[in-house]
Ligand binder design. Structure first.
Ligand code: SF4
Length: 393
């Protein structure tokens, strides 16, 4: 099969799936997270910083605040630790004395923290509307249907699911149940190598770009070794023969932030800033990654910029809050955002200081808001997949 740029670049088919799917047991008729009963402080309240500080102090060791790298500075200021989603979940698990884990990140991250923390700990997401468009692009029903398609094509028993950390607990549980593993953007190659030792094919969920970039850039696959499974088309839009010939079955999902960078962004920044080093996240499209000088996870990007020579010039293709923070932290280096258009993660940005203050003050008042809970059955299988990742060589 010939893979065209359309199938792995700009996706021409609009998704009929509503973004910001409602969380477990939420009211499907209302927007997730709009309800902060009664007393969400206004963003204009001049005392917000003082209120956050006072509430955090009152709660002491009972609360542990996690801040994802893509969060706003006003929220990061109150984080006890910062990191990517997996590091934060592990940090939370290492603090069993904290009754409340306030996760300043998005829904799937809070789910992972709930899976990895003890039963006495409660994980709180300050705004339930903080979802992830990528995670929402693979539902449990769609993935079960896909597995039926692979079964009918006679390849399910030689296919190993590998799911990106950026997926719902349901998808992680599916992965665990079918002998697969979770990966992050730092260990995707190791996870894939492990998977190809267990079987002959991989079903990679839900980020097509991370899957394709890892297979092609790091493992020597050709683009034609990969097929794109579209959950909105009958049989994923693929014939049984295409599925049987593929080594890598990529789910048609992507990050709404990293998917916006284009080859034009790379060419434009090279023309504007001679000598610039282009460093992008592997959730970017394949042609962007192929045109970049360096590719790596959020933690890799932070380390590369920390270690860069004074006077060096960088164009970074990842979330804007992080790029701005890095530029501020390194005034001796020229660090710019890869695209001229503003590109915040809108759902990450749902967590702002008013929501953090509301969550902390609720805890002080003895109310535990927005608790994220994964049911025991889902947790068991999702944890099996996460444990396989932790055991990767
Ligand atoms: S940056 Fe992309 S993958 Fe991360 S939470 Fe936002 S939409 Fe999801």
């Amino acid at each position: 099969m010939t893979t065209t740029i359309e199938t792995y670049g700009v996706d021409p088919t609009p998704t009929p799936l509503a973004l910001l799917l409602l969380g477990r047991e939420a009211d499907p008729n209302s927007e997730r997270g709009v309800e902060c009963p009664g007393d969400l402080p206004p963003a204009s309240d001049p005392d917000l910083v003082e209120r956050a500080r006072a509430a955090k102090e009152k709660l002491g060791d009972r609360v542990f605040i996690l801040g994802h790298h893509y969060q706003r500075d006003e929220v990061i200021e109150f984080a006890d630790v910062t990191g990517d989603s997996f590091k934060l979940a592990r940090d939370a698990a290492a603090r069993p004395e904290a009754e409340y884990i306030v996760f300043c990140g998005v829904h799937f991250m809070a789910e992972s923290a709930d899976i990895l923390t003890g039963p006495a700990q409660q994980v709180i997401l300050p705004d339930l509307a903080a979802g992830c468009s990528m995670a929402d692009m693979a539902t449990a029903e769609q993935v079960a249907e896909c597995w039926d398609v692979l079964t009918d094509a006679g390849i399910a028993d030689i296919t190993v699911p590998v799911s990106y950390m950026n997926s719902s607990a349901d998808i992680k549980a599916f992965t665990g149940k079918h002998g697969g593993t979770i990966c992050t953007s730092s260990n995707a190659k190791r996870a894939l190598e492990w998977a190809y030792e267990q079987g002959q094919k991989v079903l990679f969920l839900p980020d097509q770009h991370l899957g394709r970039n890892t297979a092609v850039r790091e493992m020597g696959f050709s683009l034609d070794d990969c097929v794109l499974y579209n959950p909105h088309k009958p049989n994923g839009g693929l014939t049984a023969e295409q599925l049987r010939n593929a080594k890598m079955i990529l789910w048609r999902g992507h990050c709404s932030v990293h998917g916006r960078f284009s080859l034009d962004s790379v060419n434009d920044v090279r023309a504007r800033i001679p000598g610039v080093t282009v460093l992008v996240h592997p959730e970017c499209k394949h042609e962007v990654v192929a045109a970049a000088d360096m590719v790596g996870s959020t933690e890799y990007i932070i380390k590369a910029l920390d270690a860069a020579e004074p006077g060096s010039k960088w164009a970074i293709g990842t979330e804007l809050n992080l790029v701005r923070r890095m530029a501020k932290a390194h005034p001796d280096k020229e660090i710019v955002f890869l695209d001229r258009a503003v590109c915040f993660c809108s759902t990450m940005n749902r967590i702002d200081l008013p929501h953090l203050v509301w969550a902390l003050e609720s805890l002080v008042d003895g109310r535990v808001p927005n608790v994220i809970t994964v049911d025991p059955e889902t947790e068991k299988y999702a944890k099996a997949a996460l444990d396989r990742m932790l055991a990767l060589p």
